[in-house]
Design a protein around this ligand. Structure first.
Ligand SMILES: [Zn+2]
Length: 327
């Protein structure tokens, strides 16, 4: 089985933990290139996660988001060069297929938290030129685009700010996949409306189903239906916090399978993808790390026919990424 994982924090975690002295080829985290290659990975999204406020201090980040992005970007470029026999950048769906034909795993760069844009549409263009192809509109704080998912109803219903609407339009025009994971429900509705207008799908790159686990980061059944109707995808997050909410913080492989079944029932098979959040989550996983992805595919095959397992593991993500990047 091939895999297209819509979200991991590996690059950001390597930079935060060791200042970039550890490497993508082999490391002690959830994900490295040796293990990905063995698993049959086709494409991996690497998020430049840009924590701010208390979250930055918690992981020892003392610089602002622009400087942090520059550090992560430099590390990402250095690792692409150092591992050019295994890994190549992909800026479109066609790049992923060409890389695969050349025997190379595709790396896609995303930014997690558009705090980096700071109200500037021009900055979207400059990040596009640097190769960013997915933008997660917010993380857990308000920024110039909108508001995060929140347990407080008055906050959760807030939509995108006027700049957020302009930013989403600009991303869709350039060819950047818009990511609603972490966004408020009101913001989600605005992105859905813009997606219906442009006929360009969006993604929740690393979220689960709120009906199964009542976390504000998860998507309601109504939102899942909108994902299906707009031809978009939801990448299932592997964190126990979003799958079963249990205090043990342990993810059984079956938790992911049951989440996939629920999303299939609400949104249709074409709405399913994987968004592991490897190296960004602290749950213990039954299948351990990215080397266990084939075990997940086997578990999915207990409930889904082979062509549907392919859609979940890579085909749907490839379809949406290709449409959003205009190729
Ligand atoms: Zn996240």
């Amino acid at each position: 089985m091939r895999f297209f994982d819509l979200h991991c924090d590996t690059v950001s975690t390597q930079v935060a933990r060791s200042g970039g002295k550890t490497h993508l080829l082999r490391n002690t985290g959830h994900l490295d290139l040796e293990r990905l290659k063995k698993s049959g990975s086709l494409a991996q999204v690497f998020a430049a996660f840009l924590p701010t406020h208390e979250a930055a201090a918690e992981v020892g980040i003392t610089v602002g988001p622009k400087e942090l992005f520059d550090q992560i970007y430099a590390y990402y470029q250095k690792e692409l060069q150092a591992n050019s026999e295994i890994l190549a950048s992909a800026l479109s769906g066609a790049d992923i297929l060409a890389n695969d034909r050349a025997g190379l795993l595709s790396a896609i760069l995303s930014i997690e938290d558009c705090v980096l844009l700071d109200g500037s549409l021009r900055r979207i263009g400059s990040l596009y030129r640097k190769g960013v192809r997915i933008m997660t509109l917010t993380w857990n704080y308000e920024n110039s685009l909108g508001y995060p998912a929140s347990p407080i109803p008055a906050d959760m219903t807030q939509g995108l700010k006027p700049f957020g609407v302009d930013a989403v339009r600009k991303m869709q025009e350039l060819g950047i996949l818009v990511d609603v994971s972490h966004l408020s429900d009101g913001g989600f509705q605005d992105v859905a409306r813009l997606s219906r207008q442009s006929h360009i799908p969006f993604a929740a790159t690393h979220s689960c189903a709120r009906a199964l686990c009542p976390h504000p980061r998860n998507l309601t059944d109504e939102m899942l239906k909108v994902i299906g109707e707009t031809g978009s995808v939801c990448g299932i997050n592997f964190s126990a916090h979003f799958l079963n909410g249990l205090t043990q913080n342990y993810t059984k492989t079956d938790d992911i399978v049951q989440c996939a079944r629920h999303i299939r029932n609400q949104a249709g098979i074409d709405a399913l993808a994987l968004g592991s959040d490897f190296d960004g989550i602290n749950s213990e996983l039954e299948f351990k790390d990215c080397s266990g992805l084939p075990q997940l595919a086997d578990a999915l095959a207990m409930y889904f026919p082979a062509d549907e397992v392919e859609k979940i593991c890579w085909k749907n993500a490839l379809r949406v990424f290709t449409e959003a990047t205009h190729g």
